[in-house]
Write a protein that binds this ligand. Structure first.
Ligand code: ACO
Length: 370
């Protein structure tokens, strides 16, 4: 074997595979299977976009109806899975509970084919996401409503309240933004696991592990905590100055691909302004976000990313903060499964090399008494 090729840390700017699922670009564009995100967000339903991601084309009416009923029919979760989640106890973080729930599902689900296993995971991830905070705290699981739309159903299970039509529409847009994002850290993780020919449950659990981190999916929860800490637009400048001076990362800012703007963040910013107006709420949360965005751009030339605007949207929709990353997962799982299929089709083990820089030539000696 010839000398390994050295690549930048974090694989920055390295194309490690080909994909037909989505493409994000530094110029601030994002396409799902060729369709601009703004076009889908304006016209499509979440189910249409999810089908597009996993199948590659927009669904026909018949395919869409079948997809909706297939998701609905697979949402019931075994009591054994809830028992495992409940045993974790009230202090566990919901995303850990969700990951454990998906692992448990892998042991108790009896779907015979990979395609049916994927359908089961996609349907149940949303139900588990809605219940991963409640169940370990001793509450009974909330079930989905039969025949309800995916987004409306998830919102209802998360909040247990009747949302307005606009609130449901906005939540569906948030899910659509989270659906897929080419080779982000969790999707790459899913591909590594898929490349070993492990099953989709293992891949989804691994995706959840990668999603938890605050540099990836966990950023939406951290961003909301920060917004609550800063409190009002008048404090934005001092907060940013102090965070940057202390060398802290300001959550919800910066992106590996988008250096000027994240199109998903800008769409969500518009939804936030409209949502607060429609709810008849004071717009100080919007103004706070806008002020932080301006400060971060002026001082660091870093754009707001999706998590920065998805967080206040979920907050305004009444979703508890520890559930933000599970909501991300309930949507991104469709993208993960598309990546799983692409990787399995490639059928090549992902196993890079490393340059060894440790010591050599040491000689074993048994443990001494000192
Ligand atoms: N706040 C302050 N400084 C930042 C931030 C931030 N949010 N993001 C990047 N920087 C700084 C880095 O410290 C670094 O500065 P330096 O060159 O002086 O050392 C420089 O900008 C480059 O940053 P990197 O971390 O090297 O950029 P990278 O492309 O690897 O990271 C990342 C992207 C991880 C998203 C980063 O911007 C970050 O940590 N952001 C905060 C977490 C976050 O919001 N994650 C959500 C991502 S989007 C999503 O998952 C939907």
């Amino acid at each position: 074997m010839s000398a390994p090729i050295k690549v930048p840390k974090g694989l920055y700017g390295v194309a490690v595979t080909e994909t037909r699922i989505a493409k994000s670009d530094a110029d601030g564009s994002l396409i799902y299977r060729g369709y601009p995100i703004a076009d889908l967000a304006a016209h499509a339903t979440f189910e249409e976009a999810a089908w597009l991601i996993i199948k590659g084309t927009l669904p026909t009416r018949g395919e869409l109806d079948e997809f909706i009923s297939s998701i609905g029919s697979r949402m019931e979760v075994s009591a054994k899975v809830y028992a495992v989640m409940r045993d974790l106890g009230r202090d566990s973080h919901p995303i850990d509970v969700l990951r454990t729930g998906i692992s448990a599902l892998g042991s108790v689900d009896s779907e015979p084919t990979v395609a049916l296993q994927q359908a089961s995971i996609e349907a149940k991830m949303s139900v588990l996401a809605a219940n991963c905070h409640r169940v370990p705290r001793g509450s009974g699981p909330r079930g989905p409503k039969p025949a309800a739309r995916f987004g409306a159903n998830l919102l209802q299970m998360l909040t247990d309240r009747e949302a307005s039509e606009y609130e449901e529409w906005v939540f569906e847009r948030v899910l659509m933004m989270y659906l897929e994002h080419d080779l982000n850290a969790s999707s790459f993780t899913v591909r590594v696991v898929a490349s070993t020919r492990a099953d989709p449950y293992a891949a989804a659990a691994a995706g959840l592990a990668a999603l938890k981190g605050p540099l990836h999916g966990g950023a939406n929860e951290a961003a909301m905590d920060m917004l609550l800490e800063v409190r009002g637009p008048d404090n934005a400048s001092a907060y940013v100055m102090s965070a940057l001076k202390d060398g802290k990362k300001v959550m919800g800012f910066g992106h590996r691909v988008y250096k000027k703007l994240d199109p998903r963040a800008q769409l969500c910013k518009g939804y936030l302004r409209e949502l607060l107006k429609k709810q008849g709420t004071d717009d100080s949360l919007y103004r706070l976000c806008d002020a932080l965005e301006n400060e971060m751009w002026e001082r660091k030339k870093l754009p707001a990313n999706l998590d920065f605007y998805a967080a206040p949207l979920m907050y305004s929709l009444g979703i508890e903060i520890p559930l933000y990353t599970p909501v991300f997962a309930a949507s991104r799982v469709f993208g993960w499964m598309a990546h799983y299929d692409e990787q399995v089709a490639e059928d090549r083990l992902i196993r890079p090399d490393a340059t060894y820089v440790g010591p050599t030539g040491l000689k074993y000696s048994p443990p001494g008494s000192g």
